[in-house]
Write a protein that binds this ligand. Structure first.
Ligand code: HEC
Length: 305
């Protein structure tokens, strides 16, 4: 009976182990899925930031390909005080005043005046800005310095005004065309002139991700619970079967016990009967030999009544 108790404990342990492995499997794959989801979300934001930067670079190249564009100056778009080239301000033959917008100026105005609907922020900056308004913030300084070490891209999740953003920046390298206006700052071809960056807001993407994560959590949780319930049911069934087996064995042992006792009784009785029969035969012999008085030497114990 001790044996079967022991068996129960080890069963319980076996079931606990299976439950533990099940929990580990579900938990592990949940964590893996969640981290994959995180990665995908970041990849999405990275692709968006890339696309923004490429679009800005393309637009900037277009302006550059025309050597800048002439526009009518307004209070909002005055002649660029940082642009020192001949013919910055011209007058048409009909008397209309025009001012030249350099690529950075056009881009800056486009980026600040026409941000996209999603709150993406784009900017050009430099460690050595002509326009103090283009001075870098702490994160941009870090990115620009990494470009000078040869880095081709810099991105990080950063908070801007308390909201999460994926910030990305790519370097602006000096080529022949840039020297026309930037040579006086001491730049030569191949130098890092600055960077062009884009910040993609993550709030909306994160809230979608969180929603999806909750769905995932609850479906994994449901699968986990179903597994545990199945294990529990199976455990209880095993326990019941074990109890029935133990009961049957106890009964069997009891019957065996009784059988043995009965056998012992029967054997004892048979022995006793054989003894009596022997004594009887001996008595008969003695009577027949006339020795009933028991004076035969060596047989004194049996002779006395
Ligand atoms: C037509 C003149 C001109 C040309 C050509 C030009 N820039 Fe600029 N760039 C400027 C001026 C003027 C500014 C001043 C800031 C502004 O207008 O906002 C500027 C600003 C910048 C800035 C922002 C930081 C700052 O200094 O304020 C970067 C980065 C930059 N230029 C890179 C380049 C690169 C790289 C090239 C060549 C591919 C180039 N520029 C060609 C005139 C020029």
């Amino acid at each position: 009976m001790d044996n079967s108790e022991h068996l129960h404990v080890s069963w319980g342990q076996r079931y606990a182990l299976v439950a533990l492995i099940w929990t580990g499997l579900i938990g592990g794959s949940l964590l893996w899925s969640l981290s994959e989801e995180r990665k995908i979300v970041l990849e999405m934001a990275t692709v968006t930031a890339h696309a923004n930067i490429q679009k800005d670079i393309g637009f900037r190249k277009w302006v550059n390909s025309h050597g800048g564009v002439y526009v009518s100056p307004t209070a909002h778009t005055p002649p660029n005080p940082y642009l020192n080239v001949p013919e910055r301000d011209v007058v048409t033959t009909t008397g209309k005043a025009l001012t030249l917008m350099n690529p950075a100026y056009v881009l800056r105005e486009m980026q600040t005046d026409f941000p996209d609907d999603y709150g993406t922020k784009s900017r050009i900056t430099s460690l050595n800005p002509l326009n103090p308004g283009n001075a870098p913030d702490a994160w941009e300084v870090k990115a620009l310095k990494s470009f000078e070490q040869g880095n081709k891209e810099f991105s990080e999740i950063q908070e801007i005004d308390g909201q999460p953003y994926l910030r990305m920046m790519e370097p602006f390298v000096v080529d022949q065309g840039c020297l026309k206006c930037h040579a006086h700052q001491g730049y030569k071809i191949g130098d890092i002139r600055g960077g062009i960056g884009s910040s993609v807001p993550l709030k909306l993407i994160f809230s979608h991700r969180d929603e999806h994560s909750w769905t995932m959590l609850s479906s994994y949780g449901a699968i986990w619970l179903i597994g545990l319930a199945a294990l529990g049911i199976s455990y209880r069934r095993d326990l019941r079967m074990a109890a029935a087996r133990r009961h049957a064995r106890e009964k069997l042992l009891q019957q065996l016990d009784e059988l043995l006792r009965f056998q012992k009784l029967t054997v004892g009785r048979e022995l006793r009967m054989k003894e009596l029969a022997d004594e009887n035969a001996e008595l008969h012999n003695r009577i027949a030999a006339g020795n009933i008085l028991g004076n035969i030497p060596g047989n004194t114990d049996r002779a006395r009544p």
